[in-house]
Design a protein around this ligand. Structure first.
Ligand code: PFF
Length: 453
């Protein structure tokens, strides 16, 4: 019992710490792996434009909503709702969040496993080639084998589990503060290399020159889903992190900073990948393998490429690890506080659960390739069902909860830290976004995108 309010609530210690940790959750495989390939599958610049609208009008309000709920209650995603709305069904939003955490981790740990494997492959020089046929064959042989990717996935789980087990808030804060700037600088190096490849401007054109005919409801749903996934919202991760934020932090400013920085990292990853995609003649819609085909080719075409490549995959793995810590923390905080389990027991239970579901995602590239759910293999299914259904659904309820149930006075207090900050004016615009714009936009996009209307 004693650890309920003590260890779990050590909390982030500074403004920069809060931003670094929250950004550590937001920045991950979503920026470097998913953003480029989903952009590639959905036609480039027009998709990015829709994405920017989604993060601004829907993502940001929901992110602020989650941080406010967490900070006010200082509880995990399920109990936060129970505390603010006793004996009402709102806690189910938190329960859905815990389920989402397992499903996202299932494929996320698989991809993180590929990234870990690539650190070693880069170090031994076995993936160096400017021939994308070669880099693509190397990737296939990893992802389509059985034991190798399972081994790396398990390693990922052991590493993240070990960090979570030792308690995270100070660790996350300290590590992310140093690593985020390094990741940024290294991306800049890759950007410059990619931009100076012959034919690079085609990639820039693809990224920044929108063709509005390419916008369909499926594209909009994909952009909305990516916005949720990217900002780690709709499943209580930001409620959980909000619960570690002290009462004097400026939540709307934090969320805005995180949203803008996160988007910048995604665009930088796009600038790293797409000029190379066109320079090397790769198809932009190559899907989840895009990163693993292009990056080795880019680095192989530069001096000391191998050294930079190792460094690059190390940083991607660290970014992924930061995001996974927040994913793990959702079920772990829930089990600790709700079921009164120790941190160790909660972590082991979570890791074992994820290993079981996660192995089915990994094996869906090999022996389980024929198992299809709604026409998708398990990897794609977990991805689709979380990003495009569970997270946006969670987002609707979180927005409705804060906008209508929790209401104006509470939002006003949280925005101004009970009168301390000058954020008071903008809470009116915020109320409009969170009450009306966000829920209606999500509902329409989901219904249309899922072919229900
Ligand atoms: N935002 C992370 C990324 O873009 O890689 C993924 C993520 C983390 C999603 C935490 C959801 C979450 F709760």
């Amino acid at each position: 019992m004693q650890d309920k309010s003590v260890t779990n609530r050590e909390g982030f210690t500074s403004n920069i710490g809060v931003i670094a940790a929250t950004l550590g959750s937001a920045v991950g495989l979503g920026n470097i792996w998913k953003f480029p390939y989903v952009t590639g599958e959905n036609g480039g610049a027009a998709f990015i434009l829709v994405y920017l609208i989604c993060v601004t009008l829907v993502g940001l309000p929901v992110m602020i909503a989650e941080l406010m709920i967490g900070r006010r209650t200082k509880r995990n995603a399920v109990e936060a709702f129970e505390q603010l709305a006793p004996r009402k069904p709102w806690f189910l939003v938190g329960v859905a969040g815990v389920i989402s955490a397992f499903l996202i981790m299932a494929f996320y740990t698989c991809v993180a496993g590929w990234v870990y494997a690539y650190i070693f492959k880069a170090a031994t020089g076995s993936i160096s080639s400017t021939q994308t046929k070669v880099t693509s064959a190397i990737f296939s042989s990893l992802s389509k084998s059985v034991a190798q990717p399972l081994f790396w996935q398990l390693l990922v789980l052991l590493v993240t589990g070990a960090i979570i087990m030792t308690g995270v808030t100070k660790g996350i804060e300290r590590v992310t503060k140093i690593l985020m700037p390094i990741l940024f600088l290294l991306l800049l190096v890759v950007d410059i290399r990619s931009l100076t490849l012959p034919g690079a401007n085609k990639g820039l054109n693809y990224l920044f020159n929108p063709d509005f005919h390419k916008i369909t409801v499926t594209v909009i749903l994909a952009a909305l889903g990516l916005a949720f996934f990217k900002l780690s919202i709709g499943m209580g991760a930001m409620i959980t992190y909000g619960s570690y934020v002290s009462d004097d932090q400026n939540l709307p400013a934090t969320a805005l900073t995180v949203m803008l920085s996160d988007t910048l990292v995604s665009i930088m990853a796009g600038v790293a990948i797409f000029p190379a995609v066109f320079a090397f003649g790769i198809k932009p819609d190559a899907g989840p393998s895009l990163l693993f085909i292009t990056i080795p080719a880019i680095f192989s075409a530069m001096p000391f490429g191998n050294v930079f490549m190792v460094l690059f995959f190390i940083l991607v793995s660290i970014a992924a690890t930061g995001a996974m810590l927040s994913l793990l923390e959702v079920p772990v905080a829930f089990m600790r506080e709700k079921l009164n389990w120790s941190r160790a027991k909660s972590t082991v239970a979570t890791v074992v659960g994820i290993a079981l579901v996660g192995s089915t995602a990994t094996l869906s590239n090999s022996i389980l390739a024929n198992v299809l759910v709604f026409g998708k293999n398990l990897f794609d299914f977990y991805d689709f069902v979380t990003s495009n259904i569970l997270l946006p659904l969670g987002g609707i309820f979180i927005a409705l909860f804060v906008g209508w149930f929790w209401g104006y006075q509470n939002v006003k207090q949280e925005f101004s830290n009970h009168g301390e900050l000058s954020n008071d004016g903008i809470h009116k615009i915020y109320m409009f976004l969170v009450r009306i714009v966000a829920p209606i936009a999500i509902i329409i996009v989901m219904l249309a995108g899922l072919n229900i209307i």
